[in-house]
Design a protein around this ligand. Structure first.
Ligand SMILES: CCc1ncnc2c1ncn2[C@@H]1O[C@H](/C=C/CNC(=O)c2cc(-c3ccc(F)cc3)cc(O)c2O)[C@@H](O)[C@H]1O
Ligand SMILES: [Mg+2]
Length: 214
């Protein structure tokens, strides 16, 4: 049977990228998406905004919601300080299998824990299963109607602390109006919008950065 798009993306990474070199993995995926096939990863333009937020924060404990093929996982993990950990949740087994191999090719498997399952099942288990008290940084990039319920769940589970940064992809396209209204109007968040473009297109898109105030 015909291969899937994630399988083709992995082949390009294994063909063009150097093992253990995260930047070459990022470039290989960008090349694949720009020249071969569109895939729903954050892309290079928004990716560099993600890089600057992570570099500035230097977080120890990171949560990513929606791994897909692991592109943003690699972007984040390559910037983390020694000893820092990134937990990424992905409930599609096929995507998770591809992402594991992309993360391993980048040589970042020691920093990344890919958990296969639904966010609502695993957010409540972060303390007991992974010894996480609170997260320093959360990247939201899964189904857009899950951003708000999962953020409220993280609040209820006490996983956010004063200063925790939430960064959400796709403010405009596909968009998440309920989450945006919440973080922009809630007294518990200080929110700002990083305008960018939908990867490799002229269409506007952006990232919403929201700091939890406790
Ligand atoms: C149950 C909770 C839960 N738990 C664990 N994993 C979960 C999950 N819910 C979802 N996943 C996984 O996350 C990923 C989904 C990502 C969804 N992302 C977009 O839809 C998107 C679309 C465009 C775009 C599409 C078409 C256009 F024309 C323009 C833009 C651009 C973007 O940047 C986009 O992120 C997949 O791996 C899911 O398996
Ligand atoms: Mg996205």
């Amino acid at each position: 049977t015909r291969s899937t798009r994630p399988q083709r993306l992995l082949k390009v990474v294994q063909k063009r990228a150097t093992r253990g070199d995260p930047q070459s993995v990022i470039s290989a995926v960008d090349h694949f998406c720009r020249h071969s096939e569109w895939a729903m990863n954050v892309g290079d333009e928004k990716g560099s905004i993600l890089d600057s937020v992570v570099s500035e924060l230097s977080p120890e404990k990171v949560l990513e919601l929606g791994t897909y093929c692991g592109y943003s996982t690699v972007r984040i993990a390559r910037l983390l300080p020694p000893g820092a950990r990134l937990i990424t949740l992905e409930f599609n087994a096929d995507y998770a299998a591809i992402a594991r191999q992309v993360i391993a090719w980048a040589g970042l498997e020691d920093k990344v824990q890919l958990v296969e399952g639904a966010s609502e099942d695993w957010i409540p288990r972060m303390k007991e299963h992974y010894g996480i008290e609170t997260f320093d940084f959360v990247f939201l990039d899964h189904w857009k109607d899950r951003y708000l319920p999962d953020t409220k769940l993280m609040e209820d589970c006490g996983l956010l602390r004063k200063g925790t940064v939430l960064l959400a992809d796709n403010v405009i396209c596909p968009g998440f109006p309920d989450y945006l209204e919440y973080v922009r109007n809630s007294l518990s968040y200080k929110s700002c919008y990083f305008k960018s473009h939908l990867k490799y297109t002229k269409a506007e898109d952006g990232l919403e950065k929201s700091v939890f105030l406790g």
